[in-house]
Design a protein around this ligand. Structure first.
Ligand code: S3P
Length: 452
């Protein structure tokens, strides 16, 4: 079953060259944050290029439930009339965040220091994921949380009546945890300090500064030290959401492995805390260039050009790069299957607690399709077979995980035989136009009962 309805089995048949321009949707991380910070500011925030995937739509709905006025003007243009820091109303009903870990964790942070109670739930995937990583630091502000065993959703949070500022070192590399603490600190008096040992995506810090919060970031021996002064009046913003590098990864990787391909992916956000995949692909010998590099809305942006790359080689991906490409390992493992030699990915324990256990999900599907994979708790390796030598031919499970579903469909585009997935429904959470976009480039994707 999909998050929102019946399963959609799909098949990807080996195709000819992929060619053309791939206009991928807006950045998911930035879209969530634009809605949430818009809801916490006073006045009207205007957002263009918002990702209208299910994850973000669920966050928009949640912001309405907390009292913000959120309007879809069409064509990716939205407005949010915020209620101000500390102005959230108590939702009348359960907040359903669907498949979105980012949505639920950031919203928990945003409400944690207001004197209201809210109950959160999600789909079967989200309700398995750990929430204590967020509710533990929120407890330091005075927030109480009661959920299922193991800190799982459904879960009720009782916001702190008299929040206190905190000093917190994030124990796992997680932008969601960091962001939840920063959002909670908005309604605590004084200065909250969040320390992250490894840099993770910094969209929250950048956007908080844009909304007028007093936030400073210092690189020290202990890591990145982020200091935020509580109870600011956030000023509404006009936000142009850049296109999502994590979505761009799919047409880019497909172009590298399908012979004869040449694809332009314009306007991609290349924040260094997100761009690790592209660095890795270039190290593997990918013909991938950045054109027209510029800055848009405080984020670095470029047009990516990816061409078929006949001489890809396996590499060792440095563990310190993991946070900057954490969502891209599934599709990297597909590219690795077409490289010569082994690709080694270490320091990736976090992959086991995403929408699915992504190491397990990819290893199982890749092995079924004739690729040798080895794995440990926080590492995995893929033995490349070289172009033209990846068998394919089997059905893979997507485990309610959009990135697993899309990765196996990319595999089918360049394998010897078609690759099927049991459910393409989750793709709509982050990349609702994936099918027509890839089809427009020349991919052959079909919905089929045969794959069930
Ligand atoms: C995200 C952070 C990452 C990432 C997720 C989006 C964010 O999760 O995997 O897709 O927008 O903050 P973690 O913070 O759990 O690493």
């Amino acid at each position: 079953m999909s998050s929102h309805g019946a399963a959609i089995p799909m098949i990807s048949t080996p195709c000819g060259p992929l060619r053309g321009t791939a206009e991928v949707p807006g950045d998911k991380s930035i879209s969530h944050r634009a809605l949430i910070l818009g809801a916490l500011s006073v006045g009207e925030t205007r957002i263009s290029g918002l990702l209208e995937g299910q994850d973000v739509l669920d966050t928009a709905k949640a912001m309405r439930a907390f009292g913000a006025e959120v309007t879809n003007l069409g064509g990716g243009n939205w407005t949010v009339h915020g209620v101000g820091v500390g102005g959230f109303a108590e939702p009348a009903n359960v907040i359903d965040c669907g498949n979105s870990g980012t949505g639920v964790r950031l919203i928990m942070g945003a409400m944690a220091t207001s004197p209201i109670t809210a109950t959160f739930t999600g789909d079967a995937s989200l309700n398995k994921r750990p929430m204590a990583r967020v509710t533990d630091p929120l407890a330091l502000f005075g927030t109480q949380a009661v959920g299922r065993s193991g800190g799982r959703l459904p879960m009720t949070l009782i916001g702190a009546e008299d929040p206190v500022p905190v000093r917190y070192t994030v124990p796992v590399p997680s932008a969601q945890v960091k962001s939840a603490v920063l959002l909670a600190s908005l309604n605590a008096p004084g200065q909250t300090v969040v320390i992250e040992r490894e840099a993770t995506r910094d969209h929250t810090e950048r956007m908080l500064a844009g909304f007028g919060a007093e936030v400073s970031v210092e690189d020290t021996d202990a890591g990145r030290v982020i200091t935020l002064t509580g109870q600011p009046e956030l000023k509404p913003q006009t936000i142009a959401v850049p296109r999502d590098p994590s979505s761009a990864a799919f047409p880019v990787c497909a172009a590298l492995i399908v012979p004869g391909s040449d694809v332009l992916v314009p306007g991609i956000g290349l924040n260094p805390t997100r761009a690790g995949l592209f660095t890795t692909l270039r190290e593997m010998g990918a013909d991938l260039t950045y054109e027209n590099e510029r800055e848009e809305g405080g984020e670095p942006v470029a047009d990516l050009r990816a061409r078929f790359s006949p001489d890809l080689k396996g590499i060792e991906v440095p563990p310190e790069r993991a946070a900057s490409m954490i969502d891209e390992y599934p599709v990297l493992s597909v590219v690795a299957a077409f490289a010569e030699g082994e690709t080694v990915m270490r320091g990736v324990r976090e992959l086991r607690v995403k929408e699915s256990d992504r190491i397990d999900a990819m290893a199982t599907g890749l092995r079924a399709n004739g690729i040798e994979v080895d794995e440990g708790e926080d590492w995995w390796t893929v033995k490349g077979r070289g172009h033209g030598n990846v068998p394919g031919g089997e059905t893979c499970k997507s485990h309610l995980d959009h990135r697993i579903a899309m990765s196996f469909l990319i595999l089918g585009m360049a394998a010897q035989k078609p690759v099927s997935i049991d459910d393409g429904g989750p793709i709509a959470t982050s990349f609702p136009i994936f099918e027509p976009l890839m089809g427009g480039l020349g991919a052959q994707l079909d919905r089929t009962e045969r794959a069930a």
